[in-house]
Design a protein around this ligand. Structure first.
Ligand code: KG4
Ligand code: ZN
Length: 374
């Protein structure tokens, strides 16, 4: 196969054109951004950014059905791609890097994005950056703010609730995690029990605005433990019991939503104090940025309650909180140096297909080190 490393016109320039493809779950989202791959004190420019949310299509199933989501991605990727390229007035051959979510997510949906990335790469010899979706959520803060490392990350999405020590674009350590459901699941499953539809996060957020958050006391586990791990499945069971006992009949839906939401957000407020201490112990820093990202970071109550707690708290802008291609392109820009060149990026490595290049290098080093000691 013919290829030329200098094929890209922009290759010796620091300004790069990055295509971001996000298909890990139920949002198909494509973005084209331009930014400096060496100087992160300049904000990237978003040239075009388009998404299609499958929410309405998936509503009748009450959640995400992986095969249906994958089929919808296949339908939506081509028109979105075309529209983004037209809007930005760029040609595919001008793209310097294709940034695509490869982990974590649903296999079928991930494969649709990865296949698109590889096809474009095959035609135009473009390198690929495999993107960790969780890091992309937090690093999205850099789409409109300049935030130094290290920072304490609070990732709150449909599938994850985590505190992380973030030291670089792909350097992180998990300080706390949910041991069962994520906060987004607590919102969505709670909303389902209340008959509010899918996804329920925004619906609960809106109803809660006119409700009393102290009206009903819903319990959350692990709050008295001096660790940053969280648990939300007990809260969902408490709501189910509340409904089974008919207690919801005598309460206003607004008050139930406000109280249920309060229980989730209070858990984050308590655990943030613990996570900050762990972060300080590990870094010896007492003053550091705290970045909150992921779909649940759109929640208005979370934003107002947490911002009262600490002046160092920064929230990812709501339009970059739920799954989107701009956050994927942005992390590609920041990890440009570790991109996988053409044609290696086309390799079909069935065993490690969804693992990033960095992780593979770490694994290889560990294997070698193990070999030496044994
Ligand atoms: O980050 P995201 O788009 O997808 C995952 O990576 O999981 O997050 C989706 C989650 C859903 O659970 C949805 O209910 C929740 O974000 N969400 C909200 C709000 N907007 C979206 N949760 C609470 N309040 C909101 N305003
Ligand atoms: Zn997400």
């Amino acid at each position: 196969m013919y290829y030329d490393e200098n094929y890209k016109q922009n290759d010796n320039m620091k300004e790069k054109l990055i295509l971001g493809i996000e298909t890990s779950c139920d949002d198909t989202s494509i973005a084209l951004i331009q930014g400096n791959v060496e100087d992160f004190n300049q904000l990237p420019k978003i040239l075009a950014f388009e998404s299609f949310s499958q929410e309405i299509l998936l509503r009748k199933w009450g959640g995400v059905v992986p095969e249906i989501a994958a089929r919808n991605h296949m339908e939506k990727i081509p028109p979105l791609l075309e529209s983004v390229m037209n809007h930005a007035q760029k040609k595919y051959a001008e793209i310097d890097l294709i940034s695509v979510t490869t982990t974590p997510g649903l296999l079928g949906p991930l494969l649709t994005g990865l296949t698109t990335a590889k096809t474009l790469s095959l035609i135009h010899h473009t390198p690929i950056a495999p993107i960790n979706h969780l890091m992309a959520h937090l690093e999205a803060i850099h789409l409109d703010s300049i935030v130094p490392y290290p920072y304490l990350g609070l990732l709150v999405s449909g599938g994850h609730s985590m505190f992380l020590k973030v030291e670089g674009p792909n350097q992180f350590e998990i300080l706390g995690n949910t041991i069962d459901d994520a906060a987004g699941e607590a919102f969505d499953k709670g909303g389902k029990l209340l008959g509010l539809g899918y996804p329920a996060g925004k619906i609960i957020d809106d109803l809660a605005k006119t409700g009393d958050p102290k009206k009903i006391s819903f319990p959350v586990s692990l709050l008295d433990k001096n660790e940053a791990h969280m648990s939300f499945s007990g809260l969902k069971s408490a709501l189910r019991l509340f409904i089974e006992q008919g207690k919801n009949q005598s309460e206003k839906m607004e008050d139930i939503c406000a109280s249920y939401q309060h229980a989730i957000i209070e858990a984050f407020m308590k655990k943030l104090v613990v996570a900050k201490n762990i972060f300080t112990q590990k870094t010896k820093l007492s003053n550091f940025p705290i970045v909150v990202g992921g779909g649940v970071a759109c929640n208005s109550y979370l934003r107002s309650q947490l911002s009262h707690m600490d002046q160092n708290i920064l929230f990812v802008a709501p339009r970059f909180c739920t799954d989107n291609g701009a956050m994927v392109a942005n992390l590609g820009l920041r990890s440009y140096a570790s991109r996988i060149h053409f044609p290696e990026c086309l390799n079909l490595d069935a065993k490690n297909l969804l693992v990033s290049k960095e992780q593979k290098l770490v694994d290889m080093k560990n294997k070698k080190a193990k070999g030496k000691t044994s």
